[in-house]
Design a protein around this ligand. Structure first.
Ligand code: CA
Length: 397
């Protein structure tokens, strides 16, 4: 879940060589790219991906100070944390991926939809649903979140586990925490908090931090939870004593449903309605101003000239006029409810939310009736060596 995408360069500096030597010899250094103690000073240009990918963090002063502070706050062993971070590597490709695209493409809902609502993902989703039906039913009963929504999240996030990201999470988070690239708004504070949460989780679960893989932003497992999200919202749904979002479909199902519930998912409430937006530009601007936050009654929609479908007109509660661009074609519009807003808490994008919702609807429509014999789609051969995620959680429409 969360975050953004690609591009930029810069050269491999002599400082990097110094850092490598320092790391290998165990002394401390503060090269320009790898910058010194003050968090806000830790901005470095993004280096080219052809630069050798071998710079360990070693015993950098700011990293050691971070580890000590994190250990004190979270109650894990400082020496363990220092030793783990000393093995982390700066990853140029992570720094590059966190940059905005050099030439942002026009937002295009139709193209975005096509990428996620397609036969292969639907078939994989139907199989995943059937394989995990018991857990999905239990989660629905407990938190009121429909099975198809949970299945759709896993489908959009990781294509049912095929695309989880192949970065060492500790490398990705250290790179973004200690050497966040210049050229975009600094989010190193966010990643320092995520790195702290990651170490906390590893210490609690007895995980080897060097062995955990995830996205370039540090999102992990089938639901692509960031470490802080994992600590806060993940649940041990199969009650085996561990939260495992990598291997346990049960924990994945429970954690996603719990996350939705915690953000206010309302059982039985539709996610959105059909709507024709106001023809008057000023009225349209008023309804679009709060973006995806449901802020208007059906009466206010009507006063501004927005025409809801029949179900929408019967709705009680606030609505948002959600606009999705289609490149050069006219935009699409939906009237989002509080439940639409809840889906955007998983990834703050209306395009993401509608993709999840429409994949969920397709899965539900394609699913054989519960009491009828079910044809099971044949399993597909396992796909080895997934590379960088075109994953939903890291993509912009
Ligand atoms: Ca478990």
């Amino acid at each position: 879940m969360t975050l953004r995408a690609p591009c930029s360069l810069a050269a491999w500096s002599p400082h990097a060589i110094a850092t490598l030597a320092a790391a290998l010899c165990g002394w401390s250094t503060s090269p320009a790219w790898a910058a010194p103690a003050a968090p806000t000073a830790s901005r470095a240009a993004v280096r080219h991906d052809s630069a050798p990918d071998v710079v360990l963090y070693g015993r950098r002063d700011d990293v050691v100070a971070f580890a000590r502070q994190a250990a004190e706050q979270r109650g894990f062993d400082a020496d363990w944390a220092i030793a783990q971070l000393a093995q982390a590597r700066y990853q140029p490709s992570v720094a590059r991926l966190v940059m905005p695209a050099a030439t942002p493409s026009a937002k295009n809902w139709a193209a975005y939809r096509e990428r996620f609502i397609e036969p292969q993902r639907i078939q994989a989703g139907l199989r995943w649903w059937q394989a995990n039906e018991v857990w999905l039913q239990q989660a629905q009963a407990r938190w009121g979140v429909p099975a198809e929504m949970v299945v759709a999240i896993v489908g959009v996030e990781t294509f049912y586990g095929r695309i989880r990201g192949n970065f060492k999470v500790i490398d990705a988070l250290a790179t973004l925490a200690f050497d966040f690239p210049s050229g975009r708004s600094d989010r190193s504070g966010f990643y320092r908090a995520e790195l702290e949460a990651f170490l906390h989780w590893c210490a609690t679960e007895g995980r080897d931090p060097q062995a955990v893989k995830g996205s370039y932003a540090g999102a992990m497992g089938l639901p692509q939870f960031m470490p802080s999200t994992l600590l806060r919202y993940a649940v041990d749904f199969d009650a085996d004593g561990h939260i495992d979002l990598d291997q346990s479909a049960a924990d994945t199902v429970g954690s996603i449903a719990h996350y939705f519930a915690q953000f206010g998912w309302e059982q039985g409430l539709p996610t959105h309605y059909g709507v024709r937006p106001p023809e008057d530009a000023a009225d349209r601007a008023v309804l679009l101003a709060p973006d995806i936050v449901p802020s208007f009654t059906t009466a206010q929609f009507a006063e501004r000239g927005a025409l809801l479908d029949d179900a929408g007109r019967r709705h009680n509660g606030p609505l948002a006029l959600v606009q999705l661009f289609n490149g050069d074609a006219p935009p699409s519009y939906v009237a989002g409810t509080r439940n639409f807003y809840v889906v955007t808490r998983y990834n703050w994008s209306s395009y993401y939310a509608l993709a999840v919702i429409e994949l969920a609807r397709a899965l539900k429509q394609m699913r054989p009736e519960a009491d009828a014999p079910r044809p099971v789609p044949p399993p597909e051969p396992a796909q080895a060596g997934s590379q960088l995620p075109p994953a939903a959680s890291q993509s912009q429409p």
